[in-house]
Design a protein around this ligand. Structure first.
Ligand code: AMP
Length: 516
């Protein structure tokens, strides 16, 4: 067949994702480390076409939702592309979400199709029926489950993708909001297409690249950034079900690039073979959570590669990036990507702050979502009247225009009337050689409103006391930033994207200063 066929033309995003299908249908798109046969671009899109036709046969029409909660597999990517081909809205869910959580997402999004995990199908089918989902399927490893059975028993003939415009919604990703119920961010075709093209260009991805794909595929990073960049640039993906230090080290000599969360990098740094494995790599990208400057520096020492840190969020895809050519500054997230405007404003005056001062990071550009699913109030609350989206992140900009993320607005600690940015204290704590990592949170305090708590993971066998910690912070920072309590723990609570779950820490210590 001739690819991409004219049947893709009514849908500019699908057409873009199929960029290299026409010139190199037999080129590998997905490669595995376990000896499984690679998947060519032609084979990948043939599967997408079948799934698309199957969805269309079920009566799925433009704007209908498809919820997918399955373990990571190449088919997750086919389902994503097929949903968009059929004109649907793709909604991936974390496989770890509980039945109660799934029930919330189904009720909220009212999908036409729900594809769930085979091993939990009994309860999930029940839950989906209670939410009146018309079409429910199970999907397991090795092409088992009712989804495959049904497709294989039918004669599905792909004819054409659904016509879609730039502002139509391609996907809804629920944000991991730490307060209130998760909100569904509506991501338009325009945002995915423009972000993919921009990243391919600015990070210089090409058909020569082999990208290690070890991220989950229910989040922007693995689903959109990694997958779309590989599709659009012509790169291969070296596909792994999950991150595994040993496997990634082994894969590096036959790869060119890795996209990871900071935890990937801290774990890889422990591996004795990192230096030699990384020798011929071209690019290491980090994002989704802050990369410690120390990790960045150690990585450069060991591998000779400066990790390229970028910043993004569910609602806005990728927003800023350190430069490909030019200095990649540790502890910063670089500059706005082409076509995106970022401003940092004062909460009091709403004016832009001076260089070096901390303010609220706001942005405008083709990368933005269009709003929260069925939640116009929340949408309105997060946009300024001139169309800028309020990220909720606190940031500052240095003399060269590099942006640093200082924390989340809701993590800001106000103690005795002073604003305290946890990141500043964490940076000081991390300087101690006895400290492996740290998190600073504020908890209610009768006198001060909030009190600073330092939660510390000590290095193995380190001898470190509360007093040592407090004394060191006192030697570095003003009095009111001194922790009122220091807790030692064996690990910080993190979500699957490597973000420290500060809400859990706040909960754990919230009664510490009660009553006295
Ligand atoms: P999510 O929507 O779950 O992807 O979370 C987005 C949030 O992750 C952002 O608003 C930031 O707070 C944080 N984040 C993402 N990338 C970075 C980064 N490179 N440095 C610091 N924080 C980041």
């Amino acid at each position: 067949a001739m690819y991409p066929s004219s049947s893709y033309l009514p849908n500019a995003l699908v057409n873009l994702l199929a960029t290299h299908l026409g010139d190199s249908p037999d080129a590998t798109l997905i490669r595995f480390t376990n000896g499984d046969a690679p998947i060519t671009r032609a084979a990948f899109f043939a599967t997408c076409e079948r799934y698309c036709a199957f969805f269309q046969n079920l009566g799925l029409t433009a704007g209908d939702r498809i919820v997918v909660q399955t373990p990571k597999s190449p088919d997750s990517l086919c389902l994503y592309v097929a949903a968009i081909m059929a004109g649907g809205i793709y909604i991936p869910l974390n496989p770890d979400f509980t039945d109660t959580e799934v029930s919330y997402y189904l009720n909220d999004s009212q999908p036409t199709i729900f594809i769930c995990m085979l091993d939990r199908m009994d309860t999930l089918f029940q839950i989906a029926r209670e939410s009146n989902v018309p079409h429910i399927y199970s999907l397991g490893a090795d092409k088992s489950g009712s989804f495959y059975e049904d497709i294989n028993s039918q004669n599905v003939e792909f004819t054409s993708v659904a016509e879609r415009q730039e502002e139509d919604i391609a996907a809804i990703l629920y944000t991991s909001g730490t307060t209130g119920r998760p909100k569904g961010a509506m991501i338009p075709h325009r945002a995915l297409g423009s972000n993919a093209s921009t990243l391919c260009r600015q990070w210089k991805f090409s058909a020569q690249d082999v990208l290690i794909h070890a991220l989950p595929v229910f989040h922007t990073h693995g689903l959109f950034v990694a997958t779309n960049v590989a599709l659009v640039s012509g790169a291969e993906m070296l596909f792994m079900d999950k991150f595994d230090t040993e496997k990634v080290i082994q894969a590096m000599p036959s790869a060119t690039s890795l996209m990871g969360v900071p935890t990937f990098y801290t774990r890889l740094l422990q591996h004795p073979d990192l230096s030699s494995a990384a020798k011929n790599m071209r690019l290491f990208v980090s994002g989704s959570a802050p990369l410690l400057a120390q990790t960045h520096e150690e990585w450069t020492q060991k591998t000779g590669h400066a990790i390229l840190e970028r910043y993004g969020m569910t609602e806005a895809n990728m927003i800023t990036s350190n430069p490909y050519d030019g200095p990649r500054k540790a502890g910063t997230v670089g500059m706005p990507l082409d076509g995106i405007t970022v401003r940092i404003t004062s909460e009091e005056t709403m004016e832009e702050v001076a260089q070096g001062e901390v303010g609220s990071l706001e942005m405008k550009g083709p990368n933005l979502f269009t709003g929260y699913w069925q939640n116009p109030e929340k949408t309105a609350a997060e946009f300024r009247s001139d169309g800028y989206f309020i990220s909720g992140d606190l940031a500052c900009r240095d003399e060269d225009g590099y942006i640093s993320i200082v924390g989340r607005e809701k993590d800001l600690i106000i103690s005795g009337g002073f604003n305290i940015y946890p990141k500043e204290i964490e940076t000081v704590l991390d300087e101690l050689t006895e400290v492996s990592e740290s998190a600073v949170v504020g908890v209610p305090h009768t006198d001060f409103g909030e009190a600073v708590i330092a939660v510390i993971v000590p290095q193995q066998d380190a001898e470190l006391s509360q007093t040592d910690v407090v004394n060191y912070v006192s030697s570095q920072l003003v009095n009111y930033k001194r922790p009122k309590h220091v807790a030692f723990v064996s690990s910080l609570p993190r979500n699957s994207m490597g973000k420290v779950q500060k809400n859990l820490l706040r909960d754990q210590f919230k009664t510490l200063f009660e009553s006295d």
